[in-house]
Ligand binder design. Sequence first.
Ligand code: FAD
Length: 309
Amino acid sequence: MAVLREPLLVAARSPRLRSVAEKSRLTRPVVDRYVAGPGEQDALATTRELAAAGMSVTLDFLGEDTTAAEQAQHTVAAYRSVLAALGEAGLAGQAEVSVKLSAIGQSLPVDGEKIALDGARDICAAAAAVGTTVTIDMEDHTTTDSTLSIVRELRVDHEWVGTVLQAYLKRTESDCRDLAYEGSRIRLCKGAYAEPESVAFTGAEVERSYQRCLDVLLGGAGYPMIATHDPVMIIAARQAIRRHGRTAGSYEFQMLHGVRPAEQRALAAQGERMRIYVPFGDEWYGYFMRRLAERPANLLLFLRSLTSK
Ligand code: FAD
C-alpha cells in the first residue's frame, strides 16, 4: 500500500481531479469522516462536541494553493468570521485556528508573501480580539523558509503564534533547536507532502527523526504540540515527557478529526491536554487526498463513492 502514497500525493495537487471530486455530492459521506462539514455552524457544532468531551480544537478553513487574490481575501474573511463566532459562542477558550499560508496568497506570483503576511496579521488580530491563538500550518519544503520568516514577523505583535515542523525533513532537528525557546509553540508532525529524497527522510528514518525532535522540543523551553496518531510515537513522547520532567499543561497532544477518536478520548481521560484539528469548508480535496495517502485502505471506499449512482 505504501506504493500508493506518492501517486495519491501527486493527485492531491491536480486542479482537474480536484474540480471533479469537489463537485460530486456523492463523495461527501466519505469525506465527512475527516471534515466537520461545509459551513461555520458545522465547525462550531463539532467544537462544542469535542469541548464537551474535554478536548480542545484547532479549526482549519479548507483551502490551499490559492491562485487568485480574491480567493485569499475570502479565506481571511472566513477565518475572521469563525473567530468572531467562537467568541460569541463562548468557545474561544477551547478553540484556536490553523492557517495554511498558501490559502491566503503565499504562492501568488506577485507579492504573494506580503499578501499572506497581511492576511495572517488580520487573522491574528481577530484571534487576539476574542482571546485565542493561531497556528500556521507547514506545507511542502519549498515554502518552509518563507513560512518560518512570516511566523517570525507575526510573533513581533503576537508572541503566541505557533507553527509546525515536519520530522521527515532533514533540516527539522536543527529547526527544532532554533525554535525551542520560551513562549514558542511548535507542532511536531511527521509531514504529509511528497518530498524528494534530497531533503526528506523516508521509512523508519522519519520515526527516528521524530523521536530526536521530540527530545529537543521537550527538553527545551517552548510549548511542544505533539501531533501524531502513531502509537509508537505516542509512547516515545510520554517517555520523553517523563525524562524531561514536563508537567501536564506544558505540552499537548494533537490528532486529526476522525482519526483514532477512541485514542483521542483515552488520552484526554488520562489527563493529557488533547487538541483536535478540525477542518471545515468546501475545498476538502487536497486535505482529504493527503489523508488517503496516509491510509490507502480508504481509497476503494472513496472511488466507489465517486462512481456510484
Ligand atoms: P502514521 O504512521 O501515518 O499513522 C499512525 C496510525 O494512525 C496509522 O497506522 C493509522 O492507524 C492511523 N492513521 C493515520 N492517518 C490516518 C488516516 N488518514 N486515516 C485513518 N487512520 C489514520 N502535516 C504537514 O505536513 N503539515 C501540517 O501542518 C500538519 N498538521 C497536522 C496537524 C495535526 C493535528 C496532525 C495530527 C497532523 C498534521 N499533519 C501535518 C499530518 C502529519 O504530518 C502526518 O501526515 C499524519 O499525522 C500521519 O502521521 P502519523 O504520525 O499520525 O503516523
